[in-house]
Design a binder for this molecule. Structure first.
Ligand code: HSE
Length: 318
């Protein structure tokens, strides 16, 4: 007789991500090789789902499964597996919540990958993204899929269609790197989505289609410079600008330091600049943005990143 032992615990890691990249609102996302969240999911003998959160901004994160990103993902995975198992979910936050760097998406992606393995569900990457997007409801109020797609698949992704979900992954030019600055300002993603216009002027729509297409053309032509031209957004960024004091000043500083393009990262407040690392020093751009924030009295953390790997398993226990 063969006895199959199920897994008892799985540990995963998922990267920070930057969404939109200018004109690609809710469509473009890139995984970053800098910050990450780590999640350990373990079966319990009872039927309780216990969530513990440690690290960056952990005190602000609700622990009730129905209000927690990882909790929502775990509940959905149990539903799909038809199981009632209790779980212990430990989340180690390396990405500050409300930073515009896909903090909740990383926890959601790491939990989806861990639960998929723990329950032996064998979900496809697209199915994992669908489940992880449900986790985004806890932080953004709506299940947008740009951050979670990049967090699951790694690299640069674009969302072709939301329903049914279809995602394309593209390799960026080797010299495409990112300078990021994370200011000490809090922007609630829910509010940053509420301030958006419900209707879009046709002129702005034409502008944004042109820019988003230019970004993809830059990738196809292996030109960071052309990608950078595609990072100008006429719709979402103007509506959010008031949430980030000094936004234009910092963007100007990035361009002056040699960035090919610059935009709010996700819903903000982080700002991300695309840099051709074969011609410019990525660190100089990050520091120029930090200095620009400091000039208006806002402290910030500069970061440099390359496109990174997606969520993955780092430990299994029987
Ligand atoms: N595309 C989303 C937004 C990303 O801009 O609201 C949120 O991180």
């Amino acid at each position: 007789m063969v006895i199959t032992l199920g897994l008892r615990a799985v540990e995963t890691i998922a990267p920070a991500t930057s969404a939109n990249l200018g004109a690609g609102f809710d469509v473009f996302g890139v995984a970053l090789d800098t910050l990450s969240d780590r999640v350990i999911v373990e079966r319990r003998k009872d039927d309780i789902i216990k969530i513990e959160v440690y690290g960056e901004g952990s005190s602000e994160i609700p622990l009730e499964p129905e209000k927690n990103t990882a909790g929502l993902v775990a509940l959905e995975m149990l539903k799909r597996a038809g199981e009632k198992s209790g779980l212990s979910i430990k989340i180690y936050k390396g990405i500050k919540p409300g930073s515009g760097l896909g903090s909740s998406a990383a926890s959601a992606a790491a939990t989806a990958v861990a639960m998929n393995d723990l329950l032996g569900l064998n979900l496809t990457p697209t199915q994992l993204i669908e489940v992880a997007a449900i986790g985004e409801i806890a932080s953004a109020g709506s299940p947008h899929a740009d951050n979670v797609s990049a967090a699951i698949m790694g690299g640069f992704i674009l969302i072709v269609s939301r329903d049914p979900l279809e995602v394309i992954k593209m390799n960026l030019p080797r010299n495409a790197e990112f300078a990021i600055v994370l200011p000490e300002i809090k922007v609630d993603t829910r509010i940053a989505r509420l301030v958006l216009p419900k209707q879009v002027d046709l002129t702005n729509m034409v502008h944004n289609i042109g820019r988003a297409a230019t970004f993809i053309a830059g990738i196809a032509l292996n030109s960071v410079e052309i990608m950078g031209k595609g990072m100008i957004d006429a719709v979402i960024e103007p509506a959010r600008a008031h949430l980030i004091p000094g936004l234009n000043h910092v963007k100007e500083a990035a361009l002056k330091a040699g960035a090919a393009g610059v935009a709010i990262s996700g819903a903000g407040p982080s700002i991300i600049a695309l840099v051709d690392s074969s011609r410019r020093d990525v660190r100089e751009v990050a520091l120029a943005m930090k200095d620009a924030f400091m000039e208006i009295g806002i402290r910030s953390r500069p970061l440099c990143a390359r496109p990174g790997e997606g969520a993955r398993i780092i430990r299994r226990e029987l």
